[in-house]
Design a protein around this ligand. Sequence first.
Ligand code: MTE
Length: 322
Amino acid sequence: MFRTDPETPDLFITPVDEVFIRNHLGPLPRLDRATWSLTVEGLVERPLRLDFPDIQGLPQTRLTAVHECFGNPLRPDVPTRAVTNLEWAGVPLAAVLELAGPRPEARHVWLEGADTGDFAGESGLSYLKDLPLDQASAEVVLAHTMNGEPLRPDHGYPLRAVAPLMFGTNSVKWLSRIVLAADRPDHLFTTRLYTRVPPGGREAVPVREKDVSSKLLTPGDGSSVPAGSCALAGYAWSSTEVTSVEIAVDDADWQPAALDRRGPDPAWQRFRLRYDLAPGPHRIRCRATDSAGRVQPLTGDRNAVHEIRVVAGAGSPPAGRA
Ligand code: MTE
């Protein structure tokens, strides 16, 4: 089910065991589904307290989406390339908001997790994020399932937000409170960290939509491969569809790779190229462009082109010889 290409066997869906875990606060909540609840409050006609069976009783949805960590908020330009592609199941945020009835003056949705603690010199924090109401209502899923299994405690059990077009920082785990408000909250994780100045811009904006990016997975970085025809492959993703991926080996020109279409879900897209590798060490780079015309920068940003190093040997010994 997970493998797409026997020749370059990296997985389309990332196994749960391989998903990165990113937490800011602690000790981490260990919640019990039987006693957990989610409140919906603020500028709503009907404040709510939903338990897990209430969530199960709402219309369910599923989607496959890239789950990518933005990186260390104190070092926003450094690539971390912590990225996975996951199948989520849960309830559209819109279904919960419809029950509560947002008031006309509501503009922002605040999402708060049950974890509390200290971060970057501030104490007594909760993990709080906010999104524009219209966008959150159209995109966010409240997920209870990752790759067909209940969320594990580290990934936000029993319920987390998933903002599928955005960096993982917006996907609040251990979701316990939703507030509708006229304004954005002033908070470490909303207005002071996880902000950045967009290219050509002057003011910092919240870290939300994913950048265009790509990662070479086959062959593995630092590996040895037989010289000759070699399959180069990996995944590309963005908040919109990726329209092309190019690969450059050493100082040769960029060459277009074959690229899968994205489909209806914001999943990552596979790219591949066969390349004749001469014996010796090689530097291989990949560069994606998306339908908004954004191109991965060569250097200097968190989504700078990905580069791997491989050594091509003299070739595999023919079958039957030691
Ligand atoms: N939600 C809570 N409540 N607390 C957190 O520290 N970390 C965020 C986000 N949601 C975080 C959170 C960040 S920065 C990322 S990248 C993702 O969760 C990571 O999700 P994961 O640990 O399930 O991979």
